[in-house]
Design a binder for this molecule. Structure first.
Ligand code: AHR
Length: 499
């Protein structure tokens, strides 16, 4: 059996966890909005047509912030179409996803939903087919108290108080040739600079996110980040990263190594941000917003066959299996291990569309990936300990050396608690664990759970919603300040200790 040693010191802190790393994303895409969070007439809907069963599950996930309304969708969106009396809202063609958008649901409904789901809104503006003027107007509508055209329009629409949205994305994936109104790095950098500057003139309390590359393999990756930041470094607060992974070759060991790629992606973007900082002799540090991440590939083939120009089709409806949950658990560990620079992250997406939550007319259920997301969001708050993991590696096809164990410890001083999140990626064998926690010798284990399954492809469905769930485990004990025991082969684990 292979052995992993974990070394920490409670004084060696990586950084505070910004709770916004447990964010998510709702786009006007497929059944995310319609039949996902909004379904008037459903037995699960409240008086505003918002699905209560979904709100309950979102609250269970403790999602602190949700990005809206896209995604590729936002680059052709007219937010004005989705406000005011519903019977006067125009149906429009959405070129991004080749569907009809009815605009029955818009930003006011989303702000209402967010309140009920106990989450904040991260709003994206359209810098594809629109620009500074539109960004200024939507901010005035959302955040200006009263006495101006757009703030009074919001009041007329029944929303007396401003929505006070604090986080704004300057467009979406503007480097992508598939994006409506895509731009060169110079064009976009200037636009992000001016848009952010003017929006902050309207509301200096907001924070803004500039678009980084759409994914690491983009041919312009690196130079895009550098050029964009050279323009807008002083005006924006965060740079975005997006990345999705898939097990297209059915090579599970390689698939589980994908977060090695995620880790390198984050480190590279941090380096570029700091390179621009040095060139500008700036005191300001740009932080990262990993505002789209997940597994996405199961639905690709089915999506190619979808009928076009219909309303809310079953689009991007990945059914997640057990191995996807393992990778999601590892990706969350990677985000935590970069807590000093990654301040926002959004699992893409939240409901029905590449999502932890699925709905049908008969109810809502949790996909496999729901569980690592939920537990990490709930207990991965506090300060990340600089977690040194000594463990053998295996050779993965795409990412080279991949450690058999991903692990991180989060300390919550207020609650006098410490939580270990760990994924054993060994597909053949259990792993021996030894973790020296002598500074916490007066703590004891309060919860130990593991998610494992003999079938890497096992899924949760409407018919079998609890097929893959975490279980109470007892593989590890805590004695004399030492955590030791065995983590099952291919398993996600959480061990919580408290004083
Ligand atoms: O999340 C699905 C899509 O992936 C988003 O619309 C886009 O930003 C990304 O390419």
């Amino acid at each position: 059996m292979k052995k992993a040693e974990i070394i920490v010191d409670k004084h060696f802190l990586l950084g505070d966890v910004d709770k916004r790393i447990y964010g998510s994303f709702i786009e006007h895409l497929g059944r995310a909005v319609y039949e996902g969070i909004y379904q008037p007439g459903s037995p699960f809907a409240d008086e505003e047509g918002l699905r209560k069963d979904v709100i309950d599950l979102v609250r269970e996930l403790q999602v602190p912030v949700v990005r809206y309304p896209g995604g590729n969708f936002v680059s052709g969106y007219h937010w004005e179409d989705g406000v005011g009396p519903k019977d006067q809202r125009p149906a429009k063609v959405d070129l991004a996803w080749q569907v009809i958008e009815t605009n029955e649901f818009g930003l006011n409904e989303f702000a209402s939903w967010a309140k009920k789901a106990n989450t904040d809104v991260m709003m994206a503006v359209n810098l594809g087919t629109r620009g500074v003027e539109d960004a200024k107007n939507i901010l005035e509508y959302c955040n200006f108290k009263e006495g101006s055209y757009y703030s009074d329009l919001r009041k007329k629409h029944g929303y007396k108080e401003p929505h006070n949205i604090k986080l704004w994305c300057m467009g979406n994936e503007m480097d992508g040739p598939w994006q409506m109104g895509s731009k060169t790095a110079d064009e976009y950098g200037r636009l992000a600079q001016e848009t952010s500057r003017i929006m902050k003139m309207m509301d200096p309390t907001i924070e803004t996110v500039a678009c980084g590359s759409s994914f690491l393999e983009m041919p312009t990756f690196g130079s895009w980040e550098e050029t964009v930041l050279e323009h807008c470094y002083d005006q924006v607060d965060y740079l975005s990263l997006h990345q999705y992974y898939g097990n297209r070759d059915n090579d599970t060991a390689n698939f589980l190594a994908c977060n090695v790629g995620m880790d390198e992606f984050i480190s590279s973007v941090v380096s570029i941000c700091d390179c621009v900082k040095a060139k500008k002799r700036s005191k300001k540090k740009i932080h990262l917003s990993f505002d789209e991440w997940n597994v996405w590939y199961h639905s690709n083939e089915a999506d190619e066959k979808l009928e076009k120009w219909v309303k809310a089709p079953h689009q991007l409806e990945d059914v997640y299996n057990f191995e996807d949950a393992l990778l999601v658990g590892s990706m969350l560990i990677t985000l935590l291990r970069h807590a000093d620079r990654v301040k926002i992250a959004c699992m893409a997406q939240l409901v029905n569309v590449i999502a932890p939550i699925m709905t049908s007319d008969t109810g809502a259920w949790r996909q496999t990936i729901f569980y690592p997301y939920m537990y990490t969001s709930k207990y991965g708050r506090g300060q990340v300990l600089n977690t040194v993991v000594k463990v053998p590696v295996y050779e993965s096809k795409t990412y080279g050396d991949a450690p058999y164990l991903d692990a991180v410890l989060v300390m919550n001083e207020e609650e006098e608690a410490i939580t270990l999140f760990a994924v054993n990626k060994n597909l053949e064998e259990d792993l021996e664990l030894a973790c020296d926690l002598r500074q916490f010798a007066d703590y004891k284990i309060v919860e130990q759970i593991a998610m494992s399954n003999p079938d890497m492809k096992a899924v949760n469905t409407e018919a079998q919603p609890f097929n893959v769930v975490p279980e109470v485990s007892n593989g590890v004990k805590f004695e004399d300040g030492k955590l030791s025991g065995v983590l099952g082969k291919h398993s996600w684990n959480m061990i919580r200790l408290k004083k």
